[in-house]
Write a protein that binds this ligand. Structure first.
Ligand code: NAD
Ligand code: UDP
Length: 336
């Protein structure tokens, strides 16, 4: 049996594919390449030394889903295919709801038609919104503050109704915190578009002299050093969390909503210092104004995943920085 990964050539999907392959699973990948490159499939094949069925197509296309479900013995689907820019979701909400919510509905309908009921969904800590308390646990109220977060919450609500409607559904909705880093082969990693929005890819581009300095978005927050704090998680820990979630849904039906984070927040300044120490590169920076819509601090309560998945994030911030940088050094020779 195989696992279908939608969006499996993207940052998180490709690392989950590598982990699944390392654990002896077969994978099939569907990706429309709107934010990834086909050469990632080649790198995955080199890593696992076997061919990986890859379909270039859209998760909203029922015909391609029918082809995949007819041709391959798919036991479970992991749904990474989604758009993830908070800023773009505010300027083009229809695109985001169509892709992220519409895509999820089309996929679930196709699964139902083909009798496949095991599903893992890429949700996000953004579903929580302004913290009423920290760390966010899974029963913290959900009130996202941007359209991107609302697409994730709407998809979660659909999944909750689906799990109630038919007891065959076994679903894990995984709320990711801030994944960074790269596979230990350094042949897959994060491939941002030209101007990265997120901190780690931006730091990488400053370290590799593609950008002159990092702008720190505000140093007047009520946090340990005034800069924003986040719960960064190594993408390989996140990937292993998916392998554990697959084990869970293989034996336990219903909807399981779980945070995937470390429980440990780090500030922007701590991140810069750790990166500099881990890599020997210096990161010139300037303090700028706050970024609109940024929360000062949020991080996960990671206890539920520990109990339910028997999984916890193990890798340190230093390891995250080192691996991100080592991938950056190889990236230009591997990808265009
Ligand atoms: P990514 O952009 O690197 O990967 C997403 C992949 O999905 C890309 O390869 C893209 O080409 C593909 N895709 C998008 N829409 C598609 C469609 N309609 N049909 C087929 N393929 C499509 O993003 P990522 O960081 O790997 O994120 C994966 C998932 O996790 C997304 O759903 C994202 O919202 C969610 N998530 C990401 C983060 C993060 O910080 N990276 C945090 C929380 C949640
Ligand atoms: N950040 C920053 N400069 C950048 C990018 C991000 O200071 O160029 C800060 C941002 O304000 C936040 C933290 O780094 O406090 C993490 O930002 P990111 O966009 O990576 O994650 P998110 O805010 O979406 O959780």
């Amino acid at each position: 049996m195989s696992i279908l990964l939608t969006g499996g050539l993207g940052f998180i999907g490709s690392h989950v594919a590598a982990s699944l392959l390392e654990h002896g699973h077969d994978v099939v990948i569907l990706d429309n390449l709107c934010n990834s490159q086909a050469s990632v499939a080649r790198q995955l094949e080199l890593l696992c030394a076997k061919p990986i069925p890859f379909y270039e197509g859209d998760v909203r296309d029922n015909a391609i889903l029918a082809t995949i479900f007819s041709k391959h013995p798919i036991a479970a689907v992991m749904h990474f295919a989604g758009l993830k820019s908070v800023a773009q979701s505010a300027t083009d909400p229809l695109l985001y709801f169509d892709n992220n919510v519409g895509g999820t509905i089309t996929l679930l309908q196709a699964m139902q038609q083909h009798g496949i009921y095991q599903f893992i969904f890429s949700s996000s800590a953004t579903v929580y919104g302004i913290p009423q308390y920290l760390p966010y646990d899974e029963v913290h109220p959900t009130c996202p503050i941007n359209p991107y977060g609302r697409t994730k919450l709407q998809a979660e609500e659909i999944l909750a109704d689906l799990a109630v409607s038919d007891k065959r559904w076994a679903i894990a909705s995984l709320r990711y915190f801030n994944p960074i880093g790269a596979h230990p082969s350094y042949t897959i990693g994060e491939l941002p578009n030209d101007q990265p929005n997120n901190l780690m890819p931006y730091i990488n581009q400053v370290a590799s002299k593609q950008r002159p300095f990092l702008t720190v978005f505000g140093n007047d927050y009520d946090t340990k050093d005034g800069t924003g704090e986040r719960d960064y998680i190594h993408v390989m820990d996140l990937a292993e969390g998916h392998v554990a979630a697959l084990r869970l849904i293989q034996k336990s039906a219903g909807l399981h909503t779980l945070n995937l984070g470390t429980g440990q927040p780090y500030s922007v300044l701590e991140m810069i210092q750790t990166f500099e120490k881990a890599t020997g590169q210096s990161i010139p920076m300037k303090i700028g104004p706050r970024r609109q819509g940024d929360l000062p601090i949020y991080y996960a309560c990671a206890d539920k995943a520990k109990v339910i998945l028997q999984w916890e994030a193990k890798r340190t911030l230093k390891e995250m920085c080192e691996s991100a940088w080592k991938f950056e050094l190889q990236r230009q020779s591997l990808f265009k």
